[in-house]
Design a protein around this ligand. Sequence first.
Ligand code: PRP
Length: 216
Amino acid sequence: MKDSLITVAMPKGRIFGDACRLLRKAGFALPETFETTRKLIFDLEDEPFRFILAKPVDVPTYVEYGAVDIGIAGKDVLLESGRDVYEVVDLGISKCHMAVAGLPGHRGVHPFLKIATKYPHIASDYYRKRGEQVELIALNGSIELAPIVGLADAIVDIVSTGRTLKDNGLVEYDRLMDISSRLIVNPVSYRMKKQAIDRIIEKIIGITEGTKIGMD
Ligand code: PRP
């Protein structure tokens, strides 16, 4: 029987290179132009796989709605989106962490802190658990600007190499959680295409330091 098509959402941007390397290592014949093209959909030549190249924050949306079967997304994006998807493998790639950061010595000056972030759900959860009342200011990027220009007292953002903080004279106040990329699956696809998806999961686990995450 001919294998049915498996569709995969890939995150463009910072995770993309790591994700491509991992999939090639797992045996997927991604074309050489994959990383450079402006094309958004690719079919593999000899295998029943279609890849779509999406914005990282949109990958869980494509997967939840079943527009694709599986995807690769950062744990930060998954937590923030709250999308209903199965998280099946911690791929162990694109590791970074979520932190609170700001200007040196500035922390705790005001009783009601203003916090700038691309991650309002993660940030509000963090401060609610600490019992601290804060005003969240949602931004879309270059978050490190906010404390420097006086828009916010601190930021909640991901830190990878730490270079952006350092180059902008900011310091980390707190570390919230470790982040890595995950393989996610649409629950209906997983039922309908279980064998094919399990094969992909096994292939990926075989070549990574990744670990399978229980779904029960
Ligand atoms: C992320 C994050 C930090 C930076 C951290 O931004 O929001 O700004 O990377 O990386 P580093 O610790 O290695 O310096 P991204 O590059 O995704 O762009 P953005 O500012 O547009 O969100």
